[in-house]
Design a protein around this ligand. Structure first.
Ligand code: HEC
Ligand code: HEC
Length: 192
């Protein structure tokens, strides 16, 4: 009894004294997201995509896929578990309204022209819009980090991206690593 009483009192004290512990189960704040995805939603971290200015539908879909584990992202595992559909939509709307900025990477000019030709040939703009600013469930590519898009393109091509949309996987079939490099340098060079 004495032990139980002590345990309960200790539990109470913990709740009163460390509200941060009690908050751990709350849905993540926007600040949590931006600690990885960058201030203002523009990433400065390799392999982490910028989210600012992405189409609302694209963000909403991806957030639902991530929450449901259809798209598996180890860094975000469990993060969205407590979030309702409405909360995900509001988060998507907030991120979509943030102004997109160009990637801070050093993008050389030598592959850009080749990348533009490849993008025209593969008709990337027929889905992502000719400006590659994205629409509906198709993401903005323009100005996205090239290290992230390079990895993503290889995952689509090699069918290793969980929850990948088949439309996009088909678009990446037959591209060589060198093609992908050029495409992603071109993409990163565009205005957001
Ligand atoms: C610990 C770091 C981390 C945190 C915190 C984090 N993310 Fe992510 N997120 C990532 C990484 C890494 C990826 C890219 C995964 C991949 O390679 O497919 C990603 C991908 C995404 C994507 C897919 C974007 C795209 O272009 O395909 C969305 C949307 C997203 N995160 C939203 C969020 C939101 C909203 C939050 C806050 C609730 C959040 N993330 C918190 C690391 C993080
Ligand atoms: C038939 C339509 C279509 C075409 C053509 C297309 N895409 Fe996509 N793309 C999509 C869709 C849909 C998605 C979202 C994928 C998902 O939800 O899994 C996507 C996603 C992407 C992503 C992931 C970005 C992110 O933020 O996660 C990249 C990179 C990409 N496309 C590049 C390209 C390039 C480069 C081309 C041209 C070689 C291209 N796409 C052609 C439909 C298309």
């Amino acid at each position: 009894m004495q032990f139980a009483g002590k345990a309960i009192r200790t539990g109470l004290l913990l709740c009163l004294l460390t509200p941060s512990l009690a908050r751990a189960a709350d849905p993540p704040s926007l600040e949590t997201c931006l600690s990885c995805h960058g201030a203002g939603g523009n990433s400065i971290t390799p392999l982490v995509p910028s989210l600012a200015g992405q189409p609302v539908l694209f963000l909403t879909n991806q957030l639902v896929y991530i929450r449901e584990g259809v798209r598996q992202i180890p860094a975000m595992a469990g993060l969205l578990d407590k979030m309702s559909d409405d909360e995900l939509v509001r988060l998507a709307e907030t991120l979509a309204a943030m102004p997109a900025q160009k990637s801070d990477e050093n993008i050389g000019t030598e592959l850009v022209a080749q990348g533009r030709r490849l993008a025209e040939k593969a008709r990337c703009g027929s889905c992502h819009l000719p400006t590659l600013r994205g629409q509906d469930h198709m993401p903005r590519l323009a100005a996205q980090r090239s290290d992230y898009t390079e990895q993503a393109m290889k995952e689509f091509r090699d069918s290793t991206r969980s929850g990948a949309d088949a439309l996009m996987s088909n678009a990446a079939v037959g591209l060589s690593d060198a093609d992908i490099k050029a495409l992603t340098q071109y993409i990163a060079s565009l205005a957001p």
